[in-house]
Design a protein around this ligand. Structure first.
Ligand SMILES: Cc1ncc(COP(=O)(O)O)c(C=O)c1O
Length: 414
């Protein structure tokens, strides 16, 4: 009779061999994004750290109705894999939406992505080999730094307000990165003459210019400035150096994970190759939801409510900061977006330490070190005003001021 099959595993050696080391870039990440995306799980914490929308602005019923309808009507578009570059109908709709008298777009200029973060990652994949240079508006969006970390770039800071020579700043870089509308983290609006200078420098140097624009509709004061891509338009279908990134996250809902790139066809084709080895295709369901939402004018209908809610929250945050923080920090009130950037008056304030103490006091903010590619700026904080109602903003700022005084006392004692 044959031996019964043995169910015991092969004998293990007493000390298993060590596993391979993880990739080197993992040692350089930060925990701030994980902290603010998980902060809702911490009871009582007032989260001033993230760039998160308020759930009350989401058009839940309309989106639910559209979602049900598109699955029933268009299973072939919603439930199948999509083409890598996105559904042709949605690319056409985005091209039409962003075309102006001077900017002529066709579907060849459009790539649909799985959120704006995905577009940033793809740009890093197609443009950056280890050691190459990114010229980044300083301070820079931490998500972009996260997306590009595995590419191991060098950074050259672009201080748009004080760099007289953007050509020198951009020459030799693989691309320049900017958030011209209400930058993350500073909330700063890049004025028209600096927009023109950026585009001229991109033409003069041949450097790609990435215009990351999640906050482009969130103007609370003043009128919209031209996009860089509009300033870069030439004759005929768009073929310029600006790579424009859009997303539904701040205007509709971040859970849809939908974004788009508008760029020269040559760049779109390169990004398609990178996307093939990334997510292969963006959710057809989410693409069809966005298409029907655009066709129904849903974004235009929800925008006034978003602007009035967020501008009143900005004012509430600024009033609370005036009351509790003005002896400790300075800031410029933002004209849009989601953030106030505040710099400590006393150089002994360490905002990494402040984050720790703020958590003990029941609130959190984002420290400046995570927006600095070198991690060396410890003197500022990014404070969000969109997620919390006025009374919570006031309480969060009061707690933050207590934590800041304790941080400074430690700094002085050291
Ligand atoms: C400047 C900037 N770029 C890109 C993103 C990514 O947005 P999403 O991936 O949600 O589209 C954000 C999100 O906060 C952002 O602030």
């Amino acid at each position: 009779m044959a031996d019964p099959i043995s169910l015991t595993h092969a004998p293990q050696s007493a000390t298993p061999a060590p596993r391979p080391a993880l990739a080197g870039w993992l040692a350089q990440t930060n925990e701030v994004t994980r902290l603010f995306l998980g902060a809702s799980q911490i009871p009582g914490l007032i989260n001033l750290a993230g760039g998160l929308p308020d759930a009350s602005v989401w058009p839940v019923e309309e989106l639910a109705e559209i979602a049900g309808r598109v699955v029933r009507e268009d299973p072939a578009l919603t439930l199948a894999y999509s083409p890598i570059e996105g559904l042709a109908v949605l690319r056409d709709a985005i091209a039409a939406r962003f075309s102006t008298g001077g900017l002529l777009l066709t579907r060849d200029n459009i790539l649909i992505t799985t959120g704006g973060m995905h577009a940033l990652e793809l740009i890093g994949k197609v443009l950056v080999d280890p050691g190459q240079t990114i010229a980044a508006q300083s301070p820079a969006y931490l998500g972009a730094l996260d997306a590009w970390r595995p590419r191991m770039p060098r950074y050259r800071p672009l201080h748009l307000a004080r760099d007289p020579d953007l050509v020198a700043g951009m020459a030799g870089a693989q691309f320049a990165y900017t958030v011209p509308n209400f930058s993350n983290p500073t909330g700063r609006l890049v004025p028209l003459e600096q927009r023109r200078a950026l585009v001229e420098a991109a033409h003069a140097t041949g450097t790609w210019l990435v215009e990351d624009d999640p906050y482009g509709t969130l103007y609370y004061d003043g009128t919209r400035l031209p996009r860089l891509i509009e300033l870069a338009a030439g004759e005929g279908a768009y073929d310029g150096p600006v790579i424009y990134l859009g997303t539904v996250s701040k205007e509709l809902a971040p859970g849809l994970r939908l974004g788009w790139v508008i760029a020269a066809p040559e760049m779109v084709q390169a990004l398609v190759l990178a996307k093939q080895g990334s997510d292969m295709s963006t959710s057809g369901l989410c693409q069809m939801i966005l298409l029907r939402a655009l066709q129904a004018g849903l974004l235009e209908r929800v925008l006034p409510g978003i602007l009035s809610l967020y501008s009143s929250r900005r004012d509430a945050l600024l009033a609370a900061m005036d009351e509790h923080l003005s002896d400790l920090f300075t800031w410029t009130p933002p004209e849009g977006g989601m953030f106030v950037w505040a710099r400590a008056r006393d150089p002994r304030m360490d905002t990494d330490r402040l984050l720790r103490l703020a958590l003990d006091h029941g609130t959190c903010v984002s420290p400046s070190s995570v927006f600095d590619p070198e991690g060396l700026d410890h003197g500022a904080i990014r404070v969000n005003f969109t997620l919390n109602p006025p009374e919570k903003l006031a309480e969060g700022v009061r707690r933050l001021a207590e934590a800041a005084r304790a941080t400074l006392a430690e700094g002085i004692a050291a």
